[in-house]
Design a protein around this ligand. Structure first.
Ligand code: BJW
Ligand code: ZN
Length: 236
């Protein structure tokens, strides 16, 4: 069943509790490249091949250089209307959790407060030896001599448990799950979408393209997040 944008707007307006799941598409209009599809390449590498512990072990300088390039893009970027619309939606709901796979900080900069960051934060570095975290800078090594790595979750690594448990609990009890700008192929994050359906929430998807869940959600809206989200806000 594909309901209309008006239906989606009224579900959001009537919901007591809303969960939102975002992916790289939400930051694309801020100039931050997505992982898959057009713009998902850096030099000749696929993002999926660089975001792994194996890539870092084999070629830490290359992986680090990729992250320094991406950090520069994040520093230059500003939140777009999609980020601001989600921050505004949070302000008008009592039950609200923004679950993001994004490692940038644009949701926070737009004013979102209740955010579960499933894949960590790109602006943080963590020592692989003593585990101490710090704001990312130019250093390659910690004072203890250990190598610094970005504070993100690579393939094969566990998600931060507390963040994932918060996300799973919010999805189980929400009335509406709004899924924005994610290809929905990376697990366990993507598994939150069928979980919402199983727990009888309405699921609204906003994406430029079809995803593996488009046919099963209650409302699939095709287009730019920065254009659709402001128009979905209940009082707009
Ligand atoms: C727009 C738009 C606009 C563009 N408006 N839309 C079950 C089944 C199969 C595999 C697995 C499974 N469970 C686990 C796995 C393995 C693996 C996995 O999922 N693999 C699949 C890819 C096959 N998962 C893991 O390894 C996870 N860990 C794990 O499971 O651990 C188990 C464990 C337990 C206990 C102990 C130890 C281990 C970890 C996953 C970590 C993902 N990390 C990355 C990198 C983060 C760091 C970094 O940034 O460098 O996270 S990968 C990358 O993909 C990144 C993203 O957060 C994530 C999702 O991508 P996203 O956000 O969806 O972006 P895109 O580019 O894919 O899509 C953009 C979308 O936007 C597109 O659809 C566009 O159309 C759309 N769009 N512009 C609206 N303007
Ligand atoms: Zn250290």
């Amino acid at each position: 069943m594909n309901a209309s944008k008006e239906d989606a707007r009224s579900w959001l307006g009537n919901a007591q509790s809303i969960a939102v799941l975002t992916g790289a598409g939400v930051s694309a209009e801020s100039g931050i490249p997505t992982f898959r599809g057009a713009g998902g390449l850096w030099r000749n590498f696929r993002a999926e091949d660089l975001a792994t512990p194996e890539a870092f072990a084999e070629n830490p300088d290359l992986v680090r250089e990729w992250y320094q390039w991406r950090r520069a893009a994040v520093r230059k970027a500003a939140p777009n209307p999609a980020h601001y619309a989600l921050a505004k939606l949070e302000r008008c709901k009592r039950g609200f959790l923004l679950i993001t796979q994004n490692v940038d900080d644009l949701h926070e900069r737009a004013g979102s407060r209740n955010v579960a960051k499933l894949h960590g934060a790109i602006m943080i570095d963590r020592c692989i030896q003593c585990q101490r975290e710090r704001e990312a800078g130019d250093q390659d090594n910690c004072e203890c001599g250990g190598r610094l790595r970005p504070g993100v979750v690579w393939f094969g690594e566990a998600l931060p448990e507390r963040e994932f448990l918060r996300a799973a609990a919010a999805v189980e009890k929400c009335d509406v799950l709004l899924v924005v700008g994610t290809s929905a192929v990376v697990y366990p994050a993507a598994g939150l979408i069928p979980s919402a359906t199983f727990h009888r929430a309405k699921v609204i998807e906003v994406n430029l393209e079809e995803t593996p869940f488009s046919a099963n959600v209650d409302c699939s809206l095709r287009g730019l997040a920065g254009e659709i989200l402001p128009d979905l806000l209940p009082d707009s």
